[in-house]
Design a protein around this ligand. Structure first.
Ligand SMILES: [Zn+2]
Length: 236
């Protein structure tokens, strides 16, 4: 199924577990909505501070600040400089579990965003993407919709599934339908926006050989003229 952006009248919520997911998963979508223009609110869930845990020069706080700057630059390059964004700054790879006070605080903030924006569409990470923050972000926002009683049309994007997923991480038959967005006209903007995330491209933080870096294969896989989303099938 092709996703027809002209059907989206907005506002739109984009949920990025880490700075860079907004571009990798939804960069073409964000650029195309901004061209219309339609309100797009991007929420960065974690602070991204765990990408280089063994760096001496770049402790967690410094990495988080850098990654926010990179996210701002990426949004600028996608044409979203004037659009809203929120940094929830939850700890990367250690989001608070349901039932903790920290979770309740995060959920309240999500509820405020949902209640204020009242999005027509929400782009969430795939519910079983094999990265804890991606799954936890899906759960947090799904809980937020339920709490507020506002249910946007949800489309989910997978980042790590094809590389790291095992059988049960993939959609089951009838669970979702695949939706494709043609972003060929926004592809250059997406390519340019990903270069803003220099710390995730093996640049800037050079004193941690164990640090995370997006590989050329991952970039090739995710930066293509089509962005793919999964939309829940209506209950039978
Ligand atoms: Zn991520």
């Amino acid at each position: 199924v092709l996703l027809d952006v002209s059907e989206i009248t907005g506002p739109v919520l984009v949920v990025a577990p880490h700075p860079d997911d907004e571009t990798l998963g939804c960069g073409g979508l964000i650029a195309s909505l901004c061209q219309k223009p339609i309100a797009v609110h991007t929420v960065f869930v974690t602070d991204g501070g765990s990408s280089h845990r063994q760096s001496g020069q770049w402790p967690r706080k410094r990495i988080s600040a850098l990654r926010e700057q990179e996210a701002e630059e990426a949004l600028f390059l996608l044409g979203a400089a004037q659009q809203d964004r929120t940094f929830l700054r939850l700890p990367d790879a250690a989001m608070p579990p349901d039932g903790t006070p920290e979770y309740e605080i995060a959920l309240k903030r999500v509820e405020q965003i949902v209640a204020t924006l009242r999005p027509s569409h929400a782009f969430l990470p795939w519910r079983r993407d094999p990265h804890c923050d991606h799954r936890d972000s899906w759960s947090l926002f799904t809980a937020g919709f339920r709490q507020v009683g506002h249910y946007p049309q949800v489309l989910e994007y997978a980042i790590w599934l094809d590389e790291l997923g095992t059988g049960e991480d993939f959609p089951t038959p009838g669970e979702v339908e695949r939706v494709e967005l043609d972003i060929s006209r926004q592809l250059d903007l997406k390519r340019s926006a990903i270069t803003a995330h220099r710390s995730q491209l093996g640049e800037i933080i050079l004193d941690d050989p164990t640090g995370f870096s997006l590989t050329p294969a991952t970039l090739d896989r995710l930066i293509k003229p089509i962005e793919t989303f999964w939309r829940s099938c209506p209950a039978p």
